[in-house]
Design a protein around this ligand. Structure first.
Ligand code: FAD
Length: 116
């Protein structure tokens, strides 16, 4: 029987999307230009309007109004993304992630080199 690949449910979509968002933040410039700051704010704004999980998108837009993306540096964006993800984690009863560990998780890997 042929193997069928099913469309993603909201959990699979969420995992893939967080991978993209945290990785994008981890490689955002340390000192972004005015244009890059503008573009990142705009990207995240548009992203929140088209995220293909209706109630997730609504919640994200509400969060972004209260706490807009911090696009002034790689560090700020990575921390903002972590805090935003933690708000969703909290709402879903998931573990809160330690935001001092975002670089290790999404860019550098652990110090023991096990991901190299
Ligand atoms: P995920 O939460 O997908 O996390 C993936 C990996 O990211 C984890 O294994 C961990 O290593 C790492 N991680 C976890 N927390 C953090 C953090 N704070 N910072 C950095 N790395 C971290 N689902 C809903 O049911 N309702 C919603 O309203 C909802 N809103 C969402 C909004 C957005 C913008 C996104 C992208 C997803 C949303 N989801 C929502 C999906 C939900 O967040 C999870 O992706 C999904 O439930 C799968 O969870 P998971 O346990 O596999 O890990």
């Amino acid at each position: 029987k042929a193997q069928v690949e099913c469309p993603p449910d909201s959990a699979a979509l969420g995992r893939s999307t967080w991978t993209f968002l945290h990785t994008m933040a981890a490689y955002y410039p340390r000192q972004p230009s005015e244009q890059q700051r503008h573009d990142m704010s705009s990207l995240l704004d548009k992203f929140s309007r088209f995220y293909p999980c209706g109630h997730c998108a609504e919640h994200l837009q509400a969060e972004m109004e209260v706490d807009p993306p911090r696009v002034d540096s790689r560090h700020e964006l990575s921390q903002w993304m972590c805090e935003t993800h933690n708000k969703v984690n909290e709402m879903l009863g998931k573990k809160i992630f330690d935001c001092t560990k975002v670089d290790e998780r999404w860019r550098d890997g652990p110090a023991d080199g096990s991901c190299d």
